[in-house]
Design a protein. Structure first.
Lengths: 415, 225
């Protein structure tokens, strides 16, 4: 540090220490601003990440279904420039994915992840005279652990138990509760096609997301095909990508290669992610507002110091201190308040986040027991940077005013 | 040998609905090694002249040349630098920085100039204080000292960068007789043949003026015969 810089820091330090009470008010203002900003960001992003993680873990990262992004053109449309088509009837049965195992084999050649087949069907589960609507997913228990966390989400029983009975079924925890069924009970499953089977409950799964646990059940893929009334039907390929954030790009490639609609988890929950973006925007706006309010405290203190120090500024300038040095003195004072405040704020933010993480919490939608908090360096960096910039700006205006003082005006007035 | 300070056609007018003429066409010199007293009645413009000579104020017209260097075209930063290197100021009020010790106050111009090491600055500051009889007060705060002592500290600070010209504006205005005599004695002793220093004192005290090598009387912003 040069001699002048050391002098600037020395004068600035003397000024702020001479007004310790005012300085502490400013420091605590910045600290509280930074602390609450860090805590808010930790809670908001923590809850968001936790929600997204559970959502992503509960569903396939990519779902390849037997649909097309655009409806296929009719042969007459392809043959002629203009065609009028009458009397078309839609297919009664789902078309299914053609040659699903060949497609899976092709995907496994390049896919950064794993793929498993499934059959989706809507059904009503009857137990003890009570009907409960459910989504039935036919799965391959050998491949399923590669594409979902279902195996780890089984609370009672196991995934392999699907093989133990001719018609075995795993019920979501909420669904089992609604139906009143337990392991070992025999339930009647009636599919939308009208086909009915009697199935034995062999396990209860719990994803932690109410919407999934209340509606989903799992059977062997063959059982699913029976319910759908189509032997060999596979109407969904479930893909898990190694990098969950690459799901959108992988889905686009799958769709381009197979022609089937491939929906990434991001696309499936676009509205939710947009809501999170909006929520984050609001959060950072509020956080910035908190820090701006804190910076007004700093502005007030530096303004007061420059006002009180008018005579000192005049004498320094009369001695030959350049204006920019006078400006630096007050900006450095402001930075001292800002830096001390942000260091204290970081500590406060960490402690408050830690404290929040200890609070027990019950959500009707999730089964988290504590507030999910994330400790991200980015939160500390953003809050610190905004606080520091706000402090510099808060100090700059009074500093500029101080530097513009003409010493002769003050000296003439004093004498 | 040329004069240390030359002022030619110096004029200072304060703007406003009714412009006030503070200095009205003054030509004057400050010679090397001389003790010059500027006298005149209150409101005559003697302090305004001192501020113009000390580059604290900008003339409305005319030129101030210090040690051969014309100053009218200099920007504020260059004027500040010239003040720091060449001039020392003593005001009626001591204008010491209250949060700093006496030693730190004296060191301030040297630290701003940045030519000496920290150790050399501390040593020179202490030497100056000792030479003015303030060695034992070096670590006191200004408020712990008497008016005369504070003014001597202000003189030590004015001498810190070994200026060629010391400008004093009513330096004994707030002091008792004994302190006034002491301060005047110090100012008088610092200039003389071969000293390399000139002192300009603004005063309405004729006793001080009588001790000067030369006296310049100002009336209504003009040099009076």
């Amino acid at each position: 540090m040069s001699g002048m810089n050391r002098l600037v820091v020395s004068i600035a330090r003397t000024h702020v220490l001479a007004r310790l009470r005012q300085t502490l008010v400013g420091v605590f203002g910045v600290a509280i601003g930074v602390g609450f900003s860090v805590m808010m960001a930790s809670i908001m992003e923590g809850s968001q990440d936790d929600f997204v993680r559970q959502l992503v873990d509960s569903l396939p990262h990519i779902s390849v279904t037997d649909e097309r992004r655009e409806p296929p053109r009719q042969p007459a449309d392809q043959a002629f420039d203009a065609a009028e088509i009458h009397g078309l009837t839609t297919k009664q049965l789902r078309p299914g994915i053609k040659n699903p195992y060949a497609i899976m084999a092709a995907l496994e050649g390049w896919l950064p992840g794993a793929v498993a087949p499934s059959v989706q069907a809507k059904a009503v589960i009857r137990f003890a005279g009570r009907d409960t609507a459910a989504s039935v997913t036919g799965i391959d228990p050998k491949r399923e652990p590669d594409v979902s966390k279902l195996a780890t989400q089984i609370r009672d029983g196991s995934l392999d138990a699907l093989y133990k009975s001719s018609n075995a079924i795993i019920l979501g925890s909420g669904l089992a509760k609604k139906a009143g069924a337990r392991i070992g009970n025999s339930v009647v499953v009636t599919a939308g096609t009208g086909r009915t089977i009697s199935a034995t409950v062999v396990a209860i799964s719990h994803a932690g997301v109410t919407q999934i646990d209340d509606n989903t059940s799992y059977v062997l893929i063959k059982t699913g095909q029976i319910l759908a009334g189509q032997t060999g039907l596979v109407n969904e390929l479930r893909v898990k990508a190694h990098d969950v954030m690459q799901a959108r790009a992988v889905a686009a490639r799958i769709e381009a290669e197979t022609g089937y609609k491939a929906t990434s988890w991001q696309e499936a929950h676009e509205d939710l992610l947009s809501a999170f973006q909006m929520r984050n925007f609001i959060m950072y706006t509020v956080v910035s507002a908190i820090l701006m309010v804190a910076s007004f405290g700093t502005y007030n203190i530096i303004s007061t110091i420059t006002h009180e120090k008018t005579r000192d500024i005049a004498i320094m300038k009369s001695l030959g201190f350049p204006s920019y040095v006078v400006r630096q003195i007050f900006v450095v004072e402001s930075m001292m308040i800002g830096i001390t405040g942000l260091l204290l704020g970081w500590l406060l933010g960490y402690l408050m986040s830690y404290g929040m993480a200890q609070i027990e919490f019950k959500s009707p939608f999730m089964d988290a027991t504590h507030l999910p908090i994330i400790y991200a360096p980015a939160h500390y960096a953003i809050a610190g940077t905004v606080a520091l910039i706000a402090s510099v700006i808060a100090g700059f205006f009074p500093a500029r005013k101080a530097a513009a003082l003409q010493p002769v005006d003050i000296i003439r007035g004093a004498s | 040998m040329s004069a240390l300070v030359e002022a030619r056609g110096l004029r200072r007018v304060l703007g406003g609905e009714v412009p006030a003429i503070l200095i009205d066409g003054i030509d004057m010199d400050v010679r090397r090694d001389e003790f010059l007293a500027i006298t005149g009645p209150s409101g005559s413009g003697k302090s305004s002249l001192l501020y113009l000579l000390g580059l604290l104020d900008v003339p409305s017209a005319g030129e101030v040349t210090i040690d051969g260097r014309a100053t009218s075209k200099l920007n504020e930063e260059a004027r500040a630098r010239l003040r720091l290197e060449t001039l020392g100021f003593v005001f009626q009020f001591h204008f010491l920085l209250p949060e700093f010790s006496v030693l730190e106050n004296v060191a301030l111009p040297m630290r701003a100039l940045g030519r000496l090491s920290d150790a050399a600055i501390a040593a020179r500051s202490m030497d100056l204080l000792v030479s003015l009889g303030l060695g034992e007060h070096a670590h006191k705060r200004p408020e712990q000292m008497s008016g005369g002592q504070r003014q001597r500290v202000a003189i030590a600070r004015a001498l810190a960068n070994d200026p060629k010209l010391v400008l004093a504006d009513e330096p004994t205005g707030n002091l008792d007789t004994a302190s006034s005599a002491q301060v005047l004695g110090i100012l008088r002793a610092m200039c003389g043949p071969g000293s390399g220093k000139s002192v300009v004192v603004v005063t309405h005290d004729l006793g001080i003026a009588e001790q000067a090598d030369r006296r310049l009387n100002i009336v209504d912003g003009k040099v009076s015969a």
